[in-house]
Design a protein around this ligand. Structure first.
Ligand code: ADP
Ligand code: ZN
Length: 295
């Protein structure tokens, strides 16, 4: 049986596991992201002797995914201390002579959802993670979108909510989507973490305003067949109906597809792979590498 090593390399924690060809996770461990030497060492130690046929890595970023680039496989300009210019893929390649898939955490999750989850059988989807940051993975026409660097949809600039005076907290852009709507922005705006705010708190209408606006824009730009929303903040299930309503309000009848007009509950959805979306996504990258069709 094929054994696929999977690494969900996050800025907060690393999750490593072994997946099957059918997307089942057979074993997993998780450890906090510390310095790169220690953390990558822990990942290597986990896979030693496990007989994996391939490894897939879905990583926090920005990362270099341009084949042929001298820094291909590196985490590049991250503000995370110690992690900028780190050859994450290379460190694993030096230890394991198996095919390796490498992409952003959100592209990995999009591929996992398209392979085994909520977008199974579709040729396009978007995967949003709303957590410590906001990232958007883009799967289109049956493959992951890379392009110049890789999509960075979390840093687009939203129109402001009229009642929101929060300055935003992205170190690069202030009030970009991530600066206004990621978990730390909710905490800074309201003085409490998201899970401490009641479901009827005004925070959620503002959160849905920004996410719905972004999704409406992304629907117009990419025309995805499914939009999947994951990450810690999306544990707040009351956000889903609020976001769907905001997407409809923003589109205002212009996109007249059945999926949006009649069945938006089935169009904007939580990950079909649940909490495993990130790790299954990494496994999907590994499987794609094994089959020689990376990305
Ligand atoms: P990461 O993005 O670091 O991989 P998460 O997706 O868990 O991890 O995101 C962490 C962020 O999400 C934190 O800002 C945290 O406050 C927020 N968060 C986590 N769980 C919840 C929850 N149940 N409700 C609201 N916000 C949450
Ligand atoms: Zn930004």
């Amino acid at each position: 049986m094929t054994r696929i090593g999977a690494i969900e390399a996050g800025g907060t924690k690393f999750v490593c596991g072994i997946g099957s060809e059918r997307g089942e996770i057979e074993d997993r461990i998780s450890f906090p992201t510390e310095g790169p030497e220690r953390t990558i060492g822990q990942a290597i130690a986990y896979f030693k002797g496990k007989g994996v046929d391939a490894i897939g890595i879905g990583s926090f970023g920005p990362i270099d995914i341009r084949p042929g680039s001298p820094t291909y496989g590196y985490v590049t300009t991250t503000p995370k201390p110690g992690w900028s210019n780190v050859d994450l893929l290379g460190a694993l390649r030096r230890e394991f002579g198996v095919p390796m898939g490498w992409d952003t955490d959100v592209n990995a999750a999009a591929l996992g959802e398209a392979t085994w989850g909520a977008a199974r059988g579709l040729s396009s989807c978007l995967y949003y993670t709303v957590g410590t940051g906001i990232g958007i993975g883009v799967y289109a026409e049956g493959r992951l979108v890379h392009g110049l660097v890789h999509p960075e949809g979390g840093h687009t600039l939203p129109r402001r909510h009229p009642d929101d005076a929060f300055a935003g907290r992205c170190p690069y852009h202030g009030d970009c989507l991530e600066g206004m709507a990621a978990g730390p922005a909710i905490e800074a705006r309201w003085g409490a973490k998201g899970h401490g705010l009641p479901a009827e708190h005004p925070a959620w209408a503002i959160e849905a305003f920004y996410l719905g606006q972004s999704i409406a824009g992304a629907v117009l730009l990419n025309s995805p067949e499914k939009v999947i929303l994951g990450g810690g903040v999306m544990q707040q299930a009351q956000l889903f109906p609020l976001i769907r309503a905001e997407v409809k309000r923003n589109l205002n009848g212009y996109v007249s597809s059945r999926e949006i007009v009649e069945d938006i509950d089935g169009y904007i959805v939580p990950p079909g792979l649940g909490q495993q979306a990130g790790l299954c996504g990494a496994a999907a990258l590994g499987l794609a590498a094994l089959r020689g069709a990376v990305g």
